[in-house]
Write a protein that binds this ligand. Sequence first.
Ligand SMILES: Nc1ncnc2c1ncn2[C@@H]1O[C@H](COP(=O)(O)OP(=O)(O)OP(=O)(O)O)[C@@H](O)[C@H]1O
Length: 372
Amino acid sequence: MSTIKASVARKNRSAGRTRVSNPALAEPIRLRGVARAVEVAYDAADLGVVATTTRQSPETATMKPHRFDELFSAYISLASLLCKANDASALMLMLSGPTDWKELRESVDKLRIVVVADTPQELAGAEDAGLATIVQNMADSPVIEKMTQALLTGVAREILTPGDGVVVVYSGFEADVLDSISFIRLDEHLGRLTARDLKQLETSVPLETLKTVVDLAVEIGREGREGKAVGTLFVVGDTRKVLQHCQPAGYDPVKGYTRPERDLDDPRVREAVKEIAVLDGAFIVSPEGIVEKSAQLVDAPYADLTLSKGLGARHWAGAAISKSTNAIAVVVSQSSGTVRIFQNGQVVLRIEPLRQAMKWKDFEYEPPPADE
Ligand SMILES: Nc1ncnc2c1ncn2[C@@H]1O[C@H](COP(=O)(O)OP(=O)(O)OP(=O)(O)O)[C@@H](O)[C@H]1O
């Protein structure tokens, strides 16, 4: 794999891998090669909650309603006990079909309940019963990826806050049967994702340098400077070649400083970078994390590049330099605070400004502007 541009689902997909959770752990234990998915079909009519027709649409054909029986109820009770014990504010259910939403709502006092499924049909009626819903079309993905994506979507849609503890009930062992419960601290989980996803970039830029720059970029996007939003561009790695595409945009504030005085490992240097970020131009960072130059105009060819709609000159410059060299470009958008990481001309990771919630995303592409 030369670049990472697909969703987490594609990267981590592993057929036949089944997982079972230990509620005491933040992340489920992974077991390889355990039981193949067993399909358990319930009679929807028994539930009294689903309107059935004799001819099912493709969406409803795969729907597996969850009977609100003793076992289901026991899992919900256990999960709400676990919420209480851990001060978790939300209970998330990964479902493969509808259940008795009203009964579910009434069986859990005060907790926020979030129900997650692959199609809107599977969650029909849930919102009317006061439940938050997340629909994600990830039927073929392993449950842990679905869960992670659901948590990220929950944060992005402000159903969950990054400081939340969340108890998740899901089918970890057998498909369509709720059999597993996990307790997840969102801030820890989302923080780990940054390191995990960066680790998967196949690049000559050391992970530590990349992580330092990305963390700094996220802080700049989130904090801005003196109440004002700040955008900037970091070009990391392949320094010699990158510098061939650079020219000063104006006065370079790092010029004349010693190497240790430009080392991003030093928190004082990172603070100085936040100040300089308000100026026009890019930071050129070596693989060792030294700021070689700042306030640089980056000029690389745009040919064969496509970018999401609405991204302007800074993002095009980042995309172009990452295509022409082996550098990674980290772009902070002034308008949104979003951090995009470019490799080989494409966005490989997007980090939203709300803490460290990040989202892999399929991007809408459009050709470069005609005058470039
Ligand atoms: N080639 C470049 N190299 C370095 N910096 C650039 C380059 N082009 C633009 N910039 C910087 O980006 C700033 C914003 O430009 P523009 O609004 O077109 O970018 P954008 O991609 O829409 O980013 P933002 O979301 O931050 O507005 C410019 O003021 C300039 O500082």
